[in-house]
Design a protein around this ligand. Sequence first.
Ligand code: UDP
Ligand code: MG
Length: 318
Amino acid sequence: MDALKLVIILPEYNEEECIEDTTGRLLSVIENLQQEKLITNDSFIFWISDGSTDNSWKLIEKIHSEKPDKVKGIKFSKNFGNQKAILAGLFESYKYGADCFISIDSDLQQDELKIKEFIQKYKSGAKIVAGIRNNRETDGIIKKITALAFYKLMNILGVNLKVNHSDYRLVSRDAVEALQKFGETNLFLRGIFNELGFKQDYVYFDVKPRKYGKTKFTSDKMFSLALNGITSFSIVPLRFVSYVGILMSIISFIIGFSAWWEKVFNNSTIPGWATIIVTIGFVGGIQILCIGIIGEYLGQLFQEVKSRPRYIIEKELK
Ligand code: UDP
Ligand code: MG
């Protein structure tokens, strides 16, 4: 196979401390791969500035003016979130005619030297190569537990996701074309790429501690990503609501029948107000939970139906 044209996709949100370092390190990865004749000389890196309010876009512009062929990018009009930044990176760099695209976190916590392995897996036939993290040592205890619970829950709900899947990923041109047909506003890329059905392979990598700044993935953003993952790939929670409803009706019918029986045949009044109150509280709780689950899907539907643009580009460095 001939050398491939590669684009490295870098979403960033207020990462001014690492823009220069990351660009330098990735350009040297690109250079090495070019020397090994694995990728073409017009391969480049593509920054997506996701509504940063710090100096990062200025830095990207500066680097672009020095090396316009090697560093390109776009700037969002506001913060749209990391999933949309990756999506925009794929769609907007597509027009430069690359063969494959690799997204990686701009803090380079993910080992950039594994890029070669991604390319080798692509050359041996995989259309999507997903990065799987070996460890979660860099995460706090809460993130570790919630992440693990999330993957377990997704599997129970019937979504086939590999544990510790990340957005460090190689995607072929065919896969980007297929992805363009998905019009979802709320994106959970790890799920969507599974859905495409192309041949997948995996690269295992170690996660390093963050070198500069702090995480841009607040718990709030993590939670909404996880909920999107569930509500856009599984209807099991909705079905669960129906089952609970049916079960509750059967139980209440039995309770009603037994109360009637006691009254008519034994003429005994039922003692135990407490039981009644507890039951009412319990059923009320279940109902609110169920309405909440339905609300999540309704919210998802509401956002999809409006079909607003998924991102808005304010500036572009060609
Ligand atoms: N990021 C982004 N938009 C956001 C939040 C994060 O583009 O709204 C980028 C961030 O700059 C980084 C990547 O997504 O390049 C992963 O974020 P981070 O390293 O903060 O997450 P963590 O490694 O802590 O999970
Ligand atoms: Mg990080």
